[in-house]
Design a protein around this ligand. Sequence first.
Ligand code: SAH
Ligand code: SF4
Length: 350
Amino acid sequence: MPLRIIKSLSLAEAEDLFKRMNEKDYRARQLFNWLYEKNIASFHEMSNFSKELRNSLEREFTVSPLALAEHLKSADGTEKFLFSTHDGNYIESVLIRNEGSDDGRITVCISSQAGCPMGCRFCQTAKIGFRRNLETGEILDQLCQIRRVTGLRNNNIVFMGMGEPFMNYGNVMKAADIMNYSFGFHISVRKITISTSGLTDRIERFIEEKRPYNLAISLNDTEHEKRLANMPVEKKYPFIGIADLLQRKFPVSRNRVTIEYVMRKDNISREDAQRLKKMFRYGRIKLNLIPLNRGDHDLEVPSEEEMKGFIRELESMDIPISVRKSFGGDIAGACGQLSGRMYSNMHSIE
Ligand code: SAH
Ligand code: SF4
Protein backbone atom coordinates (compact mmCIF):
# COMPACT_ATOMS: atom_id res chain seq x y z
CA MET A 1 0.00 0.00 0.00
CA PRO A 2 1.37 3.48 -0.84
CA LEU A 3 2.14 5.72 2.11
CA ARG A 4 -0.46 8.33 3.05
CA ILE A 5 0.37 11.98 2.42
CA ILE A 6 0.88 13.83 5.69
CA LYS A 7 0.26 17.22 4.00
CA SER A 8 -3.29 16.11 3.17
CA LEU A 9 -4.21 16.35 6.87
CA SER A 10 -6.01 19.40 8.24
CA LEU A 11 -4.99 20.57 11.70
CA ALA A 12 -8.00 18.80 13.26
CA GLU A 13 -7.11 15.58 11.45
CA ALA A 14 -3.50 15.87 12.64
CA GLU A 15 -4.76 16.33 16.21
CA ASP A 16 -6.81 13.14 15.87
CA LEU A 17 -3.78 11.34 14.55
CA PHE A 18 -1.68 12.30 17.57
CA LYS A 19 -4.52 11.39 19.92
CA ARG A 20 -4.53 7.94 18.33
CA MET A 21 -0.79 7.76 18.95
CA ASN A 22 -1.27 8.76 22.60
CA GLU A 23 0.43 12.08 22.03
CA LYS A 24 -0.69 15.57 23.04
CA ASP A 25 -2.76 17.86 20.75
CA TYR A 26 -0.04 20.48 20.47
CA ARG A 27 2.04 18.01 18.46
CA ALA A 28 -0.23 18.83 15.51
CA ARG A 29 0.77 22.49 15.58
CA GLN A 30 4.40 21.51 15.95
CA LEU A 31 4.02 19.20 12.96
CA PHE A 32 2.50 22.02 10.85
CA ASN A 33 5.33 24.30 11.85
CA TRP A 34 7.88 21.74 10.68
CA LEU A 35 6.03 20.93 7.45
CA TYR A 36 5.29 24.46 6.27
CA GLU A 37 7.15 27.13 8.25
CA LYS A 38 10.40 25.11 8.38
CA ASN A 39 9.52 23.21 5.20
CA ILE A 40 11.33 19.99 6.11
CA ALA A 41 12.10 17.24 3.59
CA SER A 42 12.10 14.37 6.11
CA PHE A 43 10.45 13.51 9.43
CA HIS A 44 13.93 13.01 10.86
CA GLU A 45 14.52 16.78 10.88
CA MET A 46 11.80 17.20 13.52
CA SER A 47 14.15 17.50 16.47
CA ASN A 48 11.48 18.05 19.15
CA PHE A 49 9.80 14.74 18.27
CA SER A 50 11.15 11.52 19.78
CA LYS A 51 12.90 9.09 17.47
CA GLU A 52 10.13 6.60 18.11
CA LEU A 53 7.44 9.08 17.09
CA ARG A 54 9.35 10.09 13.96
CA ASN A 55 9.72 6.44 13.02
CA SER A 56 6.05 5.67 13.44
CA LEU A 57 5.11 8.70 11.33
CA GLU A 58 7.54 7.60 8.67
CA ARG A 59 6.04 4.10 8.55
CA GLU A 60 2.60 5.50 7.72
CA PHE A 61 3.21 8.77 5.84
CA THR A 62 5.31 10.50 3.24
CA VAL A 63 6.40 14.16 3.61
CA SER A 64 6.93 14.84 -0.10
CA PRO A 65 4.46 13.09 -2.40
CA LEU A 66 5.87 14.78 -5.52
CA ALA A 67 9.24 14.24 -7.20
CA LEU A 68 10.78 17.15 -9.06
CA ALA A 69 11.36 15.85 -12.60
CA GLU A 70 12.46 19.05 -14.28
CA HIS A 71 13.14 22.69 -13.42
CA LEU A 72 13.36 25.20 -16.28
CA LYS A 73 14.23 28.89 -16.16
CA SER A 74 13.03 31.42 -18.71
CA ALA A 75 14.98 34.43 -19.96
CA ASP A 76 12.41 36.66 -18.19
CA GLY A 77 13.03 34.99 -14.79
CA THR A 78 9.96 32.75 -14.87
CA GLU A 79 10.62 29.25 -13.58
CA LYS A 80 8.67 26.13 -14.47
CA PHE A 81 8.62 23.00 -12.32
CA LEU A 82 7.55 19.63 -13.61
CA PHE A 83 6.59 17.17 -10.87
CA SER A 84 5.74 13.50 -11.06
CA THR A 85 3.22 11.90 -8.74
CA HIS A 86 3.55 8.47 -7.12
CA ASP A 87 1.22 6.99 -9.77
CA GLY A 88 3.08 8.33 -12.79
CA ASN A 89 1.16 11.52 -13.54
CA TYR A 90 2.93 14.78 -14.36
CA ILE A 91 1.88 18.21 -13.17
CA GLU A 92 3.41 21.64 -13.60
CA SER A 93 3.77 24.75 -11.48
CA VAL A 94 5.15 28.13 -12.47
CA LEU A 95 6.93 30.84 -10.50
CA ILE A 96 6.47 34.31 -11.99
CA ARG A 97 8.47 37.39 -11.08
CA ASN A 98 6.21 40.38 -11.64
CA GLU A 99 9.12 42.78 -11.18
CA GLY A 100 7.23 45.58 -12.86
CA SER A 101 4.30 45.38 -10.46
CA ASP A 102 3.76 47.83 -7.62
CA ASP A 103 4.95 45.43 -4.93
CA GLY A 104 7.54 43.58 -7.05
CA ARG A 105 5.66 40.47 -6.12
CA ILE A 106 6.39 36.88 -6.84
CA THR A 107 3.51 34.64 -7.79
CA VAL A 108 3.36 30.87 -7.69
CA CYS A 109 0.87 29.32 -10.06
CA ILE A 110 -0.13 25.87 -8.91
CA SER A 111 -2.05 22.93 -10.36
CA SER A 112 -5.19 21.44 -8.86
CA GLN A 113 -5.63 18.44 -11.18
CA ALA A 114 -3.46 16.21 -13.34
CA GLY A 115 -4.83 17.20 -16.75
CA CYS A 116 -8.22 18.88 -16.97
CA PRO A 117 -11.68 17.63 -17.93
CA MET A 118 -13.02 20.98 -19.22
CA GLY A 119 -11.76 20.74 -22.80
CA CYS A 120 -11.17 24.45 -23.58
CA ARG A 121 -10.13 24.80 -27.20
CA PHE A 122 -7.26 27.24 -26.59
CA CYS A 123 -5.64 25.44 -23.65
CA GLN A 124 -2.80 22.95 -23.80
CA THR A 125 -3.80 21.28 -20.53
CA ALA A 126 -7.12 20.28 -22.13
CA LYS A 127 -5.21 18.26 -24.73
CA ILE A 128 -4.02 15.77 -22.11
CA GLY A 129 -7.56 15.08 -21.01
CA PHE A 130 -8.34 14.39 -17.38
CA ARG A 131 -6.11 12.15 -15.29
CA ARG A 132 -7.25 12.73 -11.73
CA ASN A 133 -7.82 15.23 -8.94
CA LEU A 134 -4.76 16.11 -6.88
CA GLU A 135 -4.84 15.41 -3.18
CA THR A 136 -4.52 18.35 -0.80
CA GLY A 137 -0.97 17.29 0.05
CA GLU A 138 0.00 17.19 -3.63
CA ILE A 139 -1.30 20.74 -4.08
CA LEU A 140 0.66 21.96 -1.04
CA ASP A 141 3.83 20.07 -1.86
CA GLN A 142 4.20 22.08 -5.11
CA LEU A 143 4.63 25.21 -3.02
CA CYS A 144 6.85 23.50 -0.42
CA GLN A 145 9.24 22.20 -3.07
CA ILE A 146 9.34 25.46 -5.05
CA ARG A 147 10.16 27.39 -1.87
CA ARG A 148 12.83 24.85 -0.95
CA VAL A 149 14.49 24.91 -4.37
CA THR A 150 14.37 28.68 -4.84
CA GLY A 151 14.68 29.83 -1.22
CA LEU A 152 11.81 32.27 -1.89
CA ARG A 153 9.00 33.03 0.57
CA ASN A 154 6.11 35.51 0.62
CA ASN A 155 4.47 34.45 -2.58
CA ASN A 156 1.12 35.24 -4.06
CA ILE A 157 -0.66 32.04 -4.90
CA VAL A 158 -2.85 31.55 -7.95
CA PHE A 159 -4.74 28.34 -8.68
CA MET A 160 -4.20 28.85 -12.40
CA GLY A 161 -1.98 25.92 -13.28
CA MET A 162 -3.29 22.65 -14.66
CA GLY A 163 -6.87 21.77 -13.91
CA GLU A 164 -10.21 23.24 -12.92
CA PRO A 165 -9.98 23.99 -9.17
CA PHE A 166 -13.75 23.90 -8.67
CA MET A 167 -13.87 20.32 -9.99
CA ASN A 168 -11.64 19.47 -7.03
CA TYR A 169 -13.41 21.84 -4.65
CA GLY A 170 -12.83 20.10 -1.31
CA ASN A 171 -9.12 19.43 -1.72
CA VAL A 172 -8.45 22.92 -3.12
CA MET A 173 -10.26 24.67 -0.25
CA LYS A 174 -8.48 22.51 2.28
CA ALA A 175 -5.11 23.35 0.69
CA ALA A 176 -5.92 27.07 0.64
CA ASP A 177 -6.96 26.92 4.32
CA ILE A 178 -3.69 25.21 5.24
CA MET A 179 -1.72 27.85 3.29
CA ASN A 180 -3.47 30.46 5.40
CA TYR A 181 -2.97 28.82 8.86
CA SER A 182 -0.95 31.07 11.12
CA PHE A 183 1.39 28.29 12.25
CA GLY A 184 2.07 27.14 8.69
CA PHE A 185 2.82 29.26 5.62
CA HIS A 186 0.61 32.03 7.00
CA ILE A 187 -0.23 33.40 3.55
CA SER A 188 -2.89 36.11 3.69
CA VAL A 189 -6.25 35.15 2.19
CA ARG A 190 -5.96 38.21 -0.02
CA LYS A 191 -2.87 36.72 -1.63
CA ILE A 192 -4.61 33.52 -2.67
CA THR A 193 -6.65 33.52 -5.89
CA ILE A 194 -8.74 30.67 -7.23
CA SER A 195 -9.55 30.73 -10.94
CA THR A 196 -12.48 28.84 -12.42
CA SER A 197 -13.83 28.38 -15.91
CA GLY A 198 -17.23 29.28 -14.47
CA LEU A 199 -19.01 26.43 -12.66
CA THR A 200 -21.89 28.52 -11.38
CA ASP A 201 -23.08 26.11 -8.69
CA ARG A 202 -19.59 25.89 -7.15
CA ILE A 203 -19.19 29.68 -7.36
CA GLU A 204 -22.42 29.96 -5.42
CA ARG A 205 -21.19 27.45 -2.88
CA PHE A 206 -17.90 29.37 -2.58
CA ILE A 207 -19.83 32.58 -1.84
CA GLU A 208 -22.27 30.91 0.54
CA GLU A 209 -19.51 29.20 2.50
CA LYS A 210 -17.87 32.63 2.80
CA ARG A 211 -14.57 31.35 1.47
CA PRO A 212 -12.28 34.36 1.92
CA TYR A 213 -10.04 33.81 -1.11
CA ASN A 214 -9.97 35.96 -4.23
CA LEU A 215 -12.07 34.63 -7.05
CA ALA A 216 -11.22 34.80 -10.75
CA ILE A 217 -13.56 33.65 -13.51
CA SER A 218 -12.43 32.87 -17.07
CA LEU A 219 -15.07 34.39 -19.31
CA ASN A 220 -13.26 34.66 -22.65
CA ASP A 221 -16.35 35.34 -24.81
CA THR A 222 -19.44 37.50 -24.77
CA GLU A 223 -21.80 35.36 -26.88
CA HIS A 224 -23.27 32.00 -25.94
CA GLU A 225 -22.62 30.15 -29.21
CA LYS A 226 -19.07 31.36 -29.52
CA ARG A 227 -18.21 30.61 -25.91
CA LEU A 228 -19.71 27.17 -26.34
CA ALA A 229 -17.42 26.53 -29.31
CA ASN A 230 -14.37 27.48 -27.22
CA MET A 231 -15.37 26.39 -23.73
CA PRO A 232 -17.64 23.32 -23.42
CA VAL A 233 -18.39 24.38 -19.82
CA GLU A 234 -20.78 26.94 -21.38
CA LYS A 235 -23.26 24.13 -22.15
CA LYS A 236 -24.05 23.35 -18.52
CA TYR A 237 -23.10 26.74 -17.08
CA PRO A 238 -24.00 29.57 -19.48
CA PHE A 239 -21.96 32.68 -18.71
CA ILE A 240 -25.06 34.80 -18.42
CA GLY A 241 -25.74 33.08 -15.09
CA ILE A 242 -22.36 34.22 -13.79
CA ALA A 243 -22.96 37.97 -14.14
CA ASP A 244 -26.37 37.50 -12.60
CA LEU A 245 -25.03 35.45 -9.71
CA LEU A 246 -22.30 37.96 -8.91
CA GLN A 247 -24.79 40.77 -8.95
CA ARG A 248 -27.22 38.98 -6.64
CA LYS A 249 -24.88 37.29 -4.24
CA PHE A 250 -21.34 38.62 -4.19
CA PRO A 251 -20.89 40.69 -1.01
CA VAL A 252 -19.77 44.29 -1.56
CA SER A 253 -17.34 43.94 1.33
CA ARG A 254 -15.18 41.53 -0.66
CA ASN A 255 -12.32 42.06 -3.09
CA ARG A 256 -13.59 42.51 -6.61
CA VAL A 257 -13.98 39.33 -8.65
CA THR A 258 -11.46 39.16 -11.49
CA ILE A 259 -13.00 38.45 -14.88
CA GLU A 260 -10.32 36.91 -17.08
CA TYR A 261 -10.64 37.45 -20.79
CA VAL A 262 -8.21 35.79 -23.19
CA MET A 263 -7.96 38.07 -26.23
CA ARG A 264 -8.22 36.28 -29.56
CA LYS A 265 -8.55 37.83 -32.98
CA ASP A 266 -12.24 36.94 -33.05
CA ASN A 267 -13.47 38.04 -29.60
CA ILE A 268 -12.28 41.64 -29.33
CA SER A 269 -14.69 43.55 -31.56
CA ARG A 270 -16.41 46.78 -30.62
CA GLU A 271 -19.58 44.70 -30.04
CA ASP A 272 -17.71 42.41 -27.64
CA ALA A 273 -16.61 45.48 -25.69
CA GLN A 274 -20.20 46.81 -25.61
CA ARG A 275 -21.53 43.47 -24.39
CA LEU A 276 -18.89 43.27 -21.66
CA LYS A 277 -19.75 46.75 -20.49
CA LYS A 278 -23.42 45.94 -20.40
CA MET A 279 -22.95 42.61 -18.67
CA PHE A 280 -20.97 44.05 -15.79
CA ARG A 281 -22.43 47.51 -15.55
CA TYR A 282 -23.42 46.92 -11.93
CA GLY A 283 -20.83 44.33 -10.98
CA ARG A 284 -17.93 44.84 -8.62
CA ILE A 285 -15.39 43.22 -10.89
CA LYS A 286 -12.01 43.93 -12.37
CA LEU A 287 -11.10 42.87 -15.84
CA ASN A 288 -7.90 41.01 -16.59
CA LEU A 289 -7.13 40.84 -20.30
CA ILE A 290 -4.78 38.05 -21.39
CA PRO A 291 -3.26 38.01 -24.89
CA LEU A 292 -3.83 34.54 -26.37
CA ASN A 293 -0.71 32.43 -26.10
CA ARG A 294 0.24 30.15 -28.93
CA GLY A 295 -0.28 26.43 -28.57
CA ASP A 296 -1.68 23.42 -30.28
CA HIS A 297 -4.88 25.26 -31.29
CA ASP A 298 -6.34 26.86 -34.40
CA LEU A 299 -7.16 30.24 -32.90
CA GLU A 300 -5.57 33.44 -34.10
CA VAL A 301 -3.49 35.75 -31.95
CA PRO A 302 -4.56 39.40 -32.37
CA SER A 303 -2.11 42.14 -33.30
CA GLU A 304 -0.98 44.74 -30.75
CA GLU A 305 -3.10 47.34 -32.56
CA GLU A 306 -6.23 45.19 -32.38
CA MET A 307 -5.75 44.59 -28.67
CA LYS A 308 -5.13 48.28 -28.03
CA GLY A 309 -8.33 49.12 -29.92
CA PHE A 310 -10.31 46.71 -27.69
CA ILE A 311 -8.78 48.15 -24.53
CA ARG A 312 -9.62 51.70 -25.69
CA GLU A 313 -13.24 50.63 -26.21
CA LEU A 314 -13.36 49.28 -22.67
CA GLU A 315 -11.74 52.22 -20.98
CA SER A 316 -14.98 54.11 -20.50
CA MET A 317 -16.08 51.24 -18.23
CA ASP A 318 -16.00 52.21 -14.59
CA ILE A 319 -13.89 49.22 -13.54
CA PRO A 320 -10.17 48.50 -13.20
CA ILE A 321 -8.63 46.90 -16.26
CA SER A 322 -5.25 45.18 -16.35
CA VAL A 323 -3.47 43.45 -19.18
CA ARG A 324 -1.57 40.32 -18.21
CA LYS A 325 1.95 40.33 -19.46
CA SER A 326 2.94 36.96 -20.78
CA PHE A 327 5.76 35.36 -18.86
CA GLY A 328 7.66 32.19 -19.59
CA GLY A 329 6.60 31.70 -23.21
CA ASP A 330 10.04 30.34 -24.12
CA ILE A 331 9.66 27.46 -21.64
CA ALA A 332 5.95 26.83 -22.39
CA GLY A 333 5.13 28.16 -18.95
CA ALA A 334 2.63 30.86 -19.91
CA CYS A 335 -1.15 30.69 -19.39
CA GLY A 336 -2.69 27.79 -21.22
CA GLN A 337 0.66 26.25 -22.17
CA LEU A 338 1.01 23.74 -19.34
CA SER A 339 0.87 20.24 -20.63
CA GLY A 340 3.25 18.20 -18.49
CA ARG A 341 6.19 18.00 -20.85
CA MET A 342 6.41 14.24 -20.59
CA TYR A 343 3.02 13.93 -22.26
CA SER A 344 4.05 16.18 -25.13
CA ASN A 345 7.19 14.11 -25.55
CA MET A 346 5.14 10.97 -25.70
CA HIS A 347 2.89 12.55 -28.33
CA SER A 348 5.82 13.53 -30.50
CA ILE A 349 7.28 10.03 -30.35
CA GLU A 350 4.05 8.40 -31.52
N1 SAH B 1 -8.95 26.07 -15.09
C1 SAH B 1 -8.94 27.37 -14.53
C2 SAH B 1 -7.56 27.82 -14.11
C3 SAH B 1 -6.41 27.43 -15.01
S1 SAH B 1 -6.39 28.18 -16.60
C4 SAH B 1 -9.56 28.37 -15.48
O1 SAH B 1 -9.79 28.02 -16.64
O2 SAH B 1 -9.84 29.48 -15.04
C5 SAH B 1 -5.78 29.80 -16.20
C6 SAH B 1 -6.10 30.88 -17.23
O3 SAH B 1 -5.36 30.64 -18.45
C7 SAH B 1 -7.59 30.94 -17.63
O4 SAH B 1 -8.06 32.26 -17.50
C8 SAH B 1 -7.56 30.51 -19.10
O5 SAH B 1 -8.63 31.12 -19.80
C9 SAH B 1 -6.20 30.99 -19.53
N2 SAH B 1 -5.70 30.36 -20.76
C10 SAH B 1 -5.88 29.09 -21.18
N3 SAH B 1 -5.29 28.90 -22.38
C11 SAH B 1 -4.72 30.07 -22.73
C12 SAH B 1 -3.94 30.51 -23.86
N4 SAH B 1 -3.67 29.71 -24.86
N5 SAH B 1 -3.51 31.80 -23.86
C13 SAH B 1 -3.78 32.63 -22.83
N6 SAH B 1 -4.48 32.27 -21.74
C14 SAH B 1 -4.96 31.01 -21.69
FE1 SF4 C 1 -9.03 23.45 -17.88
FE2 SF4 C 1 -8.71 26.08 -17.39
FE3 SF4 C 1 -7.43 24.87 -19.45
FE4 SF4 C 1 -10.06 25.22 -19.56
S1 SF4 C 1 -8.50 26.85 -19.48
S2 SF4 C 1 -8.96 23.33 -20.09
S3 SF4 C 1 -10.66 24.93 -17.44
S4 SF4 C 1 -7.12 24.46 -17.28
